[in-house]
Design a protein around this ligand. Structure first.
Ligand code: PLP
Length: 428
């Protein structure tokens, strides 16, 4: 019945997709939250698993909490193959992180976080999370976000001198404010996070502990960042960042919270799970369980450090003077350019980054003093330390060209970027 492909059915969308593929192939993707999943992941994502309604779970939970894996918990028929796939996804995720319980249904990172709050808290309860302006996430209690409106929020940030998390200050704040939940995890913090310390603080003040490892999940799997899973009550993560899977998320928790978390995801917050995304998550987890993924994670960090060193050699000032994860925050104030203009100049050169506030920024989120870079996507393409040096040089030249308003120089850099990228095809 459906025999025509996208090129026949919808030329406009087909052509835009082809152009996007060309843009990513010819450019350098340095946004730290982006990555290229494998063809196999994309194949599962574009499969018939998209078509099925599967409200409920691939297991049956009795009133007393006992889970029966041989009985379906779906509200719709026809789910035998869907159940197979979701069970595989759950099993692999548990193995990957050593988690007691995993829910693979969250549509994305933001709903996953809200689902955890919904499971553990009453509206109006006090939560404590990292300030967005200093590296936290919108869903960690920002005023414009649901989390900031439904809950009473206290924020911690980084130290003004070192720009590092100050665990003594965080402990003092927690002791004074007595939150019901302490959230750790960040979107723009270039250093390791001591999740055990966060969990200790939460336990000492009687709060639930939650880590949001959206950015660093792949590094945790690769053993290059401490895992929060052994300590924390709940851990959330996206699956599309360093974990290199489909756009989506999951929630891990201790056995005692499993029923509450599952109920908050469905029927609490979501309806039918996106089973095509769950199939793709299962594939990504299989890939991440392979030994090669650890090499990948290690190389992400090596590349980030090589890029950081080369940028500093080119006169750039980095927040915390370097990185020990996948991410670099550049403070552009000594370069005479704003984050917004730097993002635009780099975009014109084929290098994709995002403008970002730096801690204690006097600029606005729309026109901040920094840019944020990361190495997960270029590492997926097979680039290593020597390419990072070249990239730092491209960035440096592009910023100088932007300050000098030299468009011809930007075009020359774009051709150089294209040539470098052509040696590292993504899906070719
Ligand atoms: C990316 C991110 C999220 C949100 O994920 P979405 O899938 O964009 O909703 C949540 N928390 C942190 C720390 C993130 O970096």
């Amino acid at each position: 019945m459906f025999i025509d492909g996208l090129d026949i059915v919808d030329k406009d969308v087909h052509d835009a997709i082809a152009s996007e593929a060309r843009r990513t192939d010819e450019g350098l993707e340095l946004i730290p939250s982006e990555n290229f999943p494998s063809k196999a992941v994309l194949e599962a994502l574009g499969s018939v698993m998209n078509n099925k309604y599967a409200e409920g779970y691939p297991f049956f939970r009795k009133k007393d909490g006992t889970v029966l894996w041989n009985r379906t918990g779906r509200y719709y028929g026809g789910n035998r193959y869907i159940d197979i796939v979701e069970k595989i996804a759950i099993e692999r995720a548990k193995k990957l992180f050593g988690a007691d319980h995993v829910n693979v249904q969250p549509y994305s990172g933001s709903p996953a976080n809200i689902e955890v709050y919904f499971a553990l808290l009453e509206f109006g309860d006090k939560i404590m999370g990292m300030d967005l302006a200093q590296g936290g996430h919108l869903t960690h209690g920002h005023g414009v976000n649901f989390s900031g409106k439904a809950y009473n929020v206290v924020h911690y940030g980084v130290d003004k001198e070192t720009n590092l998390l100050d665990y003594d200050e965080i402990r003092k704040l927690a002791e004074r404010e007595k939150p019901k939940l302490i959230i750790s995890g960040a979107t723009a913090y270039p250093r390791k996070i001591d999740f055990k310390e966060f969990d200790d603080i939460a336990k000492d003040v009687g709060a639930y502990s939650m880590a949001d490892i959206a950015h660093i999940a792949g590094l945790v799997v690769g053993g290059v960042h401490m895992s929060p899973v052994p300590y924390m009550d709940v851990v959330t993560t996206t699956t599309h960042k360093t974990l290199r899977g489909p756009r989506g998320a999951m929630i891990m928790c201790k056995e005692g919270l499993a029923a509450k978390i599952d109920k908050a995801v469905f029927p609490g917050m979501q309806g039918g799970p996106h089973e095509h995304a769950i199939a793709a998550k299962a594939v990504a987890f299989k890939e991440a369980l392979e030994p090669g993924f650890k090499d990948y994670a290690r190389q992400i960090v090596k590349n980030a450090q090589a890029l950081a060193d080369a940028l500093m050699e080119n006169g750039f000032k980095l927040v915390t003077d370097g990185t020990d994860n996948h991410l670099i925050l550049v403070d552009l104030r000594n370069k005479g350019i704003t984050g917004k203009d730097a993002e635009a100049a780099l975009d014109a050169s084929g290098i994709t980054v995002n403008k970002n506030t730096i801690p204690y920024d006097t600029g606005t989120p729309w026109n901040p003093s920094g840019i944020r870079l990361g190495t997960p996507a270029v590492t997926t393409r097979g680039m290593n330390e020597s390419e990072m040096k070249e990239i730092a040089s491209f960035i440096s030249r592009a910023i100088d060209a932007a300050v000098a308003k030299d468009e011809a120089a930007l075009e020359k850099i774009r051709l150089g970027v294209k040539e470098l990228a052509s040696n590292f095809p993504i899906y070719g």
